[in-house]
Design a binder for this molecule. Structure first.
Ligand code: SF4
Length: 361
């Protein structure tokens, strides 16, 4: 059995059984334009093809384990179970402006081990296949359709690191942007990375329209190394060099994510370092208030006071560096991202005692 979104295998199946190419076009139409999920309902296809698909393909590899929405119905978090019983999260965010964003996962866990992050506590369990990423999108599309809403933006900010599962992410983006498939604008897709340098260059070549968000979290190697082990491999200088090439090639602004942890990333002298690092670059800084969430069992990290976050923002503004302070949607349904899956994938509370963990992307 293989996924219905695996066009190479589906086309091969149809050809081997003597069906002409236009039959795949009909299937594409039923799947991605009419959003039919039951092969039996695809009545533009002859019965024999529908039977062939039922015997050889599955529509989705994911099942819904739980769905939680916040009180204002802005955020809906899905805990999804893969075929091999791993848990991943996806989140629908309904913005007041009317646009709807989906945050998808592309790995179970994450190998990068950032010290403040829930997902990093899992380590890497496995990469998701491209169709498992598409299955999340199809699920969101169906969910939003019931509310008479459309999916507009997709961000790879769930369980990750997307650039370490590049080939599957690439194939998923191709399906998302293909005119005959989901036909999403690549400008409305954002890849978020902690800075895996070689793949940033590849991303710029393959998808120059896709936006890039970089988890910066500190303006120097010393602090970055303490909280983000990736800095041992790719220093800040190396990362910035790759990002300069990215901007040159794509002419796109880079979004810098910056988590505000009291006494760790919010030292006032860092404002100046941030200004020196970014004032001459095409940049937008997104300050993320550290959110210990319900998974926190210790006091190792504390959130920065809102006044200090505002000060960072004001001082960057003086240098004309645009910035926003992230309003963490869905706080009331389960604190920071990654935590539902963390619990369900079996990371024990006891082993985490004394550590605060959040989600850094
Ligand atoms: S912050 Fe991002 S890169 Fe770091 S461990 Fe968490 S998910 Fe992985």
């Amino acid at each position: 059995m293989f996924s219905i979104h695996d066009d190479i295998q589906v086309i091969d199946l149809l050809e081997k059984n003597g069906y002409k190419k236009f039959r795949y076009g009909q299937l594409e139409n039923a799947l991605y334009k009419n959003f039919l999920s039951d092969f039996e309902e695809m009545n533009t296809l002859p019965k024999e093809i529908r039977n062939l698909l039922t015997e050889n393909c599955f529509y989705t590899s994911l099942s819904i384990h739980s769905v939680t929405s916040d009180a204002e119905w802005q955020t809906t978090k899905f805990l999804l179970k893969t075929a091999d019983e791993k848990m991943i999260e996806m989140v629908i965010m309904r913005h007041r402006s009317g646009r709807n964003t989906l945050c998808v996962s592309c790995q179970v866990g994450c190998p990068m081990g950032c010290s403040f992050c829930a997902t990093g506590k899992l380590g890497l369990i496995r990469n998701l296949e491209f169709y498992e990423i598409i299955d999340q999108i199809m699920l969101a599309v169906h969910h939003l359709e019931k509310e008479d809403k459309k999916l507009r933006n997709v961000v790879f900010m769930g369980m990750w690191e997307p650039l370490l599962n590049y080939n599957n992410v690439k194939r998923a983006i191709e399906i998302m942007c293909h005119q005959k498939k989901l036909d999403l604008s690549s400008r409305r897709i954002t890849i978020s990375s902690c800075g895996v340098v070689p793949w940033i260059r590849k991303l710029a070549e393959d998808f120059p329209q896709v936006s890039l968000a970089i988890s910066l979290h500190a303006p120097n190697d010393t602090t970055r190394k303490k909280i983000m082990p990736v800095t041992e491999t790719y220093s800040l200088d190396t990362l910035m060099e790759a990002l300069d090439e990215y901007v040159k090639k794509t002419n796109k602004r880079v979004f810098y994510e910056y988590i505000m942890i009291a006494g760790v990333t919010d030292k006032l002298e860092y404002i100046d370092e941030l200004r020196k690092l970014l004032s001459w670059r095409l940049a937008h800084v997104n300050f993320i208030p550290y959110n210990p969430g319900e998974w926190t069992l210790g006091d190792h990290y504390q959130p920065t006071h809102a006044v200090i976050i505002k000060k960072f923002q004001e001082w960057l503004e003086q240098e004309k560096i645009p910035s926003t302070i992230r309003h963490t949607m869905g706080d009331d349904i389960d604190a920071a991202c990654g935590q539902l899956a963390l619990k369900e994938n079996g990371v024990s509370h006891a082993t985490e005692k004394g550590k605060s963990i959040s989600r850094g992307k």
